[in-house]
Design a protein around this ligand. Sequence first.
Ligand code: FAD
Ligand code: DHB
Length: 389
Amino acid sequence: MRTQVGIIGAGPAGLLLSRLLALQGIDSVVLENRSRDYVEARIRAGILEQHTVDTLSAVGLGDRLHREGLEHSGIYLQYPGTRHKLDFPELCGRTVWVYGQTEVVKDLIAAQLDGGPPLLFEVSDVQPEDVDTDSPRIRFTDADGNPQLLECDVIAGTDGFHGPSRTLVQESSRGRTWERTYPYAWLGILADAAPATDELIYAWHPEGFALYSMRSPKVSRLYLQVDPSEKIEDWSDERIWDALDTRFALDGWSVNRGPVTDKSILPMRSFVSAPMRRGRLFLAGDAAHIVPPTGAKGLNLAVADVTLLATALVRLLQEGRSDLVDAYSDTALRRVWRCTHFSWFMTSMLHRSGDDFDAQLQLSQLERVCSSEAAARELAENYTGLPIG
Ligand code: FAD
Ligand code: DHB
């Protein structure tokens, strides 16, 4: 088999890259080790920045997003006694959209299977080879168990944190990583309950952070800060709803309860791997960086990376010019570090560390953001997404 761009991983990064390239006349093949059902059901991010919505619309995937997605004009920041709205259009002229990553991935897969480039599910033993040459290859076993070799001009490693691409880039002598593991985790639930709020609520509370989000007018997505050692079996639905009631408490208002349809605990860390390239292997999305979820940057950063990468690969493969691929890692990493800082800032401002000095600093910072237009604008600009490139 031969293609121009071999793409490892059918998450949002790999699928969108394939579509961006196809629209510019560049061939690709996407290799995914999970099944279609598994990839489409994985509950993850839910907030799309303005540029992500614009990019998805520009590649012809805006219809369902605009029909079923919910445009949001701000967020609430809450701490005891206060629930304050940051109005994004007023502060920075932009909005964000609630549209689940599951839906983004379903739209991308449907478009790909409807006459788009090949997308192979349930492959195994995927290994990029010869990435330091101009003829890299991907060795893999197809879903029927047959060994295959995919010859490429370029390989895109969009295989997330646990895929083989990042390891290969880090093995090169220039590779370097930075990591921070936070002493917090999020317990997330999905519930068949109408959201009791018009905007997301980010709540600081002495017992820990809580986030009120949603997926539709009938489905709520809620998160609680818990200790990373907590076991999901120890959290009955009743215990979760009681903790949410406590942390979101506000006179005359209450959380809407309903059947819980999904429940899990996610660890929180920051991770950056540089450079985002080794020879003809380019990393994008979670393969190169992880952010803690506070601030909803993970998915949006993956979209920003592949937007840059697609433009650079088109220039390389159609015009033979390497200037943009040579600049890709540095350009992408500037935005990665900005989002890494913002995610760290939101995480640090909102999670209870157990230290009372930290708590006073957090409350002081929250009051500042809720009373100063300059501080609020800084948050709003980062939350709604900074320009790509
Ligand atoms: P992924 O979505 O991870 O896609 C990588 C793909 O590569 C996967 O389909 C995987 O199966 C495939 N793959 C892996 N190894 C191989 C291999 N060897 N061969 C072939 N294919 C392979 N972000 C937020 O902003 N808000 C959230 O609430 C949020 N919640 C999250 C919850 C969880 C449990 C996780 C893991 C992440 C969450 N994120 C969240 C982050 C966000 O979902 C990611 O940043 C986003 O999925 C990145 O997209 P990606 O395409 O780079 O990686
Ligand atoms: C969601 C996740 C986030 O990390 C966030 O900051 C806001 C919303 C969500 O899953 O809806």
